[in-house]
Structure formats: C-alpha cells, structure tokens
Design a protein around this ligand. Structure first.
Ligand code: OGA
Ligand code: NI
Length: 335
C-alpha cells in the first residue's frame, strides 16, 4: 500500500477542519499547552563577520554550552544563493504527488536518503505533521543523484552552489568551536572525519494544519550530527527547550540557525550541549526548512576527545561508531 503523505492528509484535513487522531499529541506535548509565551530569553544571535576572532570564539563557545543553538548573521552566503535553494525545494514539493514519489525512500533501504514522511520509530503510533526529502550533498563519493529531483531543472545547480557556500560556513564554525574547546583550529574537523565529513541535506515541508494547537511538526529531538546548519523560510515554527520550557526561536531574515548535535556533545565530553528542539505548524501557511547535517563517516568511532578528559573530568560518553549510534537512536535503543 502506498504511504500516505502529510501533504495529502493536510489537503483533506483543511476541508473538514480537523486532523486525524494519530496527529493529536498528548497533553504533555501539545504546543498550545507547553509553549512559554512572552518568554524573554532568546537563543543568541552572533555576527559571523566579527573581525575579532577571540570574541567570536567566546560568543560561539558560550552559546554552544548554554543553549546548544545560536543564529548567525553576516555569514557570507549571498542571499540569492539561499533564495534559489528555497525556490527549487518549494517547486519540488509543489509537484504532483506521483512525481515526488519517484524519489521515495525505498522501504528496504538502509540509507536515510529519499522522499518520506517518517523518520524515527513512532512513539504510541503518533505521527508528525511533516514530509521530507533527504540527500547527501558532499563529498562527491557520498552523492546518489537518484534522490536529487530532476524537476525543477535548476535543482542540481542551485544545490551544488549552496553546497560550496555551506561548506565554508561549516569549516569556519568547526574551527571556531575547536578553538572554543582550547584545541587547535583544525582538530575538531579532523575528529569528525576531516575531508570525509558528510553534508546531508534535508528539506522539511510542513503543510498548513487546521489544528496547530494539537499537532507538532518534528517532535522533540536532538540532532545526531556534529553540527547542523539550517535555513528556514519566513514562517515561525522552531522551538528550543531550555530550563524546563519550550521557547520560540525568533525568525531572523537571512540568519542561519546553528544546532550543536550529539557528536559534538560527545567529543567535547558535554561542554557543548546537543540542543533539544521541535517544530510547531501553522494554520494557513506552509513552513519549510533546509537543515544540513554535518555527519561523521559511518565507520568512524566517536568518543570524548582524550585531550579534554582527565581525573577531574572523566569521560561521560561511550565511544562508538557513528553508524551504530544512528541505529540505536532511530530505533530508540539506549546508547
Ligand atoms: C530537523 C529539525 C527544524 C526546523 O529536521 O531535524 O529540527 O526548523 N528541523 O524545521
Ligand atoms: Ni533537528
């Protein structure tokens, strides 16, 4: 039987002004009951063009330890590169359903790549109000063009262009994060795979939802990556968990949202925090986002960096291969 996509379900839900029960979250999760409204604290916004590298390193290290998330402005990616990426992704999701299904993740596939609607094992059969497309964009040996839409025809060129720029930001972030741990500039990058570090692009498509008070887009999670670099569209929806509360992450035009992922928390032995986050949906408009996950090669074992541990600061995490980490996480097996 064909998988039903959220985009299709959304279309019929709008007509009846309700959502199917499997999308109604428990009261502990419903955004209307659990969002801290009028909350002042905001994830830090950092000017990436700050010529004072010491200052930039300190701001990034602080944000990564306290929030595990921050936004960067003046990141150097030309706005038309981002607009083109967004336009091509939007055009893909607006294609007829049959055409999108050509890129569906095969049911028996071990890789995450492809068009789909479900990622993690669903808790209590509950579903998330989001469809997605995953494909690697770097390195060339990791690319499977079968998952890159042929339509719109500009899709490949605009994604290749974005890939060049996002790598620049990724390298710079890793070197600043490395300095922030008291390491050499290139040490962190070397420990997440060096030139084999993978860039995995995901496009999230959150269709309008008649009951945004009851449903969630992506449910609360931390990213498995080292870091994630995310481009949102202009629709508010990302939330971050801190001090027992869910906060809205303000949409800032032209900013990139940076998430610290699990592998960086592990490498830093907990100094940097992998951020718990989720997304809400809206009644009338479609939200989209383009996270790029910077992932270690699957056979690389990741554990706390030896230089960062000592008697007073013993290792807090087990060392394990990235592929084993991913398997446990997606199947909800304790790490
Ligand atoms: C994700 C995610 C956030 C967003 O896909 O892992 O957290 O803003 N997305 O869409
Ligand atoms: Ni995420």
């Amino acid at each position: 039987m064909a998988v039903e996509r959220v985009q299709t379900i959304a279309f019929s839900s709008i007509l009846v002004d309700t959502i199917p029960p499997e999308f109604i979250r428990s009261e502990k999760e419903q955004p209307a009951l659990t969002t801290c409204l009028g909350c002042i604290p905001q994830v830090p916004t950092i000017d990436f063009s700050d010529p004072d590298e010491g200052n930039l390193t300190r701001l990034i290290a602080e944000a990564s330890s306290e929030w595990g998330m921050f936004q960067i402005v003046n990141h150097g990616i030309p706005s038309e590169v981002i607009t083109n990426l967004q336009k091509a992704g939007k055009e893909f999701f607006e294609l007829p359903q049959e055409e999108k299904e050509l890129y569906a993740k095969p049911p028996d596939s071990k890789s995450i790549e492809g068009y789909g609607s479900k990622l993690q094992k669903e808790v209590e059969g509950k579903k998330a109000w989001v469809d997605h497309l995953f494909h690697n964009i770097w390195p060339p040996s990791a690319i499977n063009y079968q998952y890159w839409p042929k339509n719109p025809p500009s899709y490949r060129a605009v994604n290749e262009e974005y890939c060049k720029w996002v790598q620049r930001v990724g390298h710079r972030l890793l070197s600043l994060l490395s300095l922030g741990l008291g390491l050499e500039k290139n040490e962190l990058k070397e420990n997440v795979g060096g030139d084999e570090l993978k860039y995995l692009l995901k496009i999230n498509y959150y269709p309008p939802c008649p009951r945004p008070d009851l449903a969630l887009g992506v449910v609360a999670h931390t990213d498995m990556s080292s870091i994630t670099i995310l481009v949102p569209n202009e629709v508010q929806g990302l939330q971050v968990f801190r001090d027992d509360h869910w906060f809205d992450v303000k949409y800032i035009p032209d900013a990139l949202v940076i998430h610290i992922g699990d592998q960086l928390e592990i490498l830093s032995n907990g100094k940097y925090k992998s951020v718990l986050h989720r997304t809400t949906v809206t009644k009338e408009i479609t939200r989209m986002s383009w996270p790029v996950f910077l992932e270690p090669p699957s056979e690389l074992a990741i554990g706390p960096l030896p230089k960062l541990i000592n008697e007073k600061n013993p290792p807090k995490y087990q060392k394990k291969k990235y592929c084993d980490y991913v398997y446990c996480k997606l199947n909800k097996i304790a790490q």
